[in-house]
Design a protein around this ligand. Sequence first.
Ligand code: E4P
Length: 229
Amino acid sequence: MLVLIDNANLYEIEELYNSYPYDGVTTNPTILRNEHQDPLKLLKSIRELLPSDSQLHAQVISDTTEGIIEEAHFMLDAISPDLFIKIPVSAEGLRAIHKLKQEGVNITATAIYTAMQAFMAGKAGARYAAPYVNRLDNMGADGVQVATDIHNMFRVHNMESDVLAASFKNSQQILELCKNGVGAVTAAPDVLRQLIKHDATFTAEENFEKDYYSLIEEVKGIHLKRDDK
Ligand code: E4P
């Protein structure tokens, strides 16, 4: 399962990449607004910061097929030809996905709230479909179930699309999707940090360290680490 960072802050992205090799970055207009700077320049800087095999996803604003296609071409030219273009699922969006797919463009269908929207996006040629897990949960639906249904539909129909589940509030939602085999998730830095955090691990590490130093204090002249005297 690919794990991406849903954020556009260069420091956060760098910090996260320093601790673990992530698979890329996803953005949307709200995430870009939070950085209060030229979005195009920022997206270019993110692309330069990321390793070449990491994905970058950026979203179009237009809501007509022609507008979406023009904007996608502009973004691909200005940022990178391997950019994943995020397109919200609508009738106009699906037409744009179909046409851009024929040009070989990587597309992530986004703002997905139902499994059928994702299925139609996959049929149109989207590489990824992004259901909004936590927003679905907040509506009284089951976000993990919707994302899992989409994953299963893609596999049953032998489609070349994967789920890129988005909108998470906690690591449990990601764990469930990992168990269910979805292809990718994208989450905010605070949620990503929770994926490996456990107080019991920290306590265990502290206790092992204490026991080790008590042993080398007790039996003089022994050491495991080169710099222990
Ligand atoms: C990503 O594609 C979505 O735009 C984003 O994850 C939505 O997350 P939110 O519900 O936390 O805003």
